[in-house]
Design a protein around this ligand. Sequence first.
Ligand code: XMP
Length: 321
Amino acid sequence: TWTPENIIDEQVARIRAQIGDKEVICGLSGGVDSAVAAALVHKAVGDQLTCVFVDHGLLRAGEAEQVEKDYVAATGIKLKVVDAADRFLGALAGVTDPEQKRKIIGREFIRVFEAAAREIAAHGDVEFLVQGTLYPDVVESGGGTGTANIKSHHNVGGLPEDLKFALVEPLRTLFKDEVRTLGLQLGLPEAMVWRHPFPGPGLAIRIIGAVDQERLDLLRQADLIAREELTAAGLDRGVWQFPVVLLADVRSVGVQGDGRSYGHPVVLRPVSSEDAMTADWSRLPYDVVARISTRITNEVAEVNRVVLDVTSKPPGTIEWE
Ligand code: XMP
């Protein structure tokens, strides 16, 4: 029977058998999945685990700081933070194709982990890499039966073929709600467990067009405004996830102040969902949408239009890329 205690006991035993006395690393993304996966492995093998948080420069405002402070405080896990923004932005320069972005990010993640693992290897080589892959990630990357490859999730279809680690994926058969239940059972703080999902490739797949520092800064500002207003309206729990997307290669004419503007549109993509496999667009109250729109167009230079995505999944996916 499915109880959180059973799943935890079973996974802890399985992880111990797989890892033995070897060293293991886990990439933390700041999201629920990797946090719960790491907490499970920590419970199984303690200090053999080192977590690595890669700041790829594609994070939202405040995210890196949050992981550094909150996660370590909550779990006592060993954490190594790697600032790899230049490396990722360099590799992504000029790239516009969504699958290419995903593959590049997946590859760079692994390279950074490999480098981190070499530094961590105090008691022999690190042979294992923990990933918070969930069942829907496996299915949507074409790893399930009878499903087409929709997107290469950075942690499934995006891995390089010459991967030097064996993977430890204790959440591979689970859905998000089950992972949240496990997280609470493992003692992770509510704020962490109830965080909205955020994709590993980060803001790179929310900029439609090539990714650069300037575009990232614009999107970060718009995203922060949307999050602030959602929270202020008390709607965090009512929404599964709230991507904000920058149409960086599109411009439209507007009138701002006393003149013509020619700026970029931002798309609001609030969705409700049970497991991200299907989703519906969230019927946010119009006054909340209006506040977000007013603030973004007032506060974010270069953005002169805000649009609301009213597409369910299917046919749309949650992310735009
Ligand atoms: P889509 O866009 O396929 O997304 O409807 C489904 C869910 O998965 C998240 N997502 C990702 N998560 N690595 C991740 O860890 C990825 O490469 C990735 N791509 C999409 C997305 O945010 C949504 O929750």
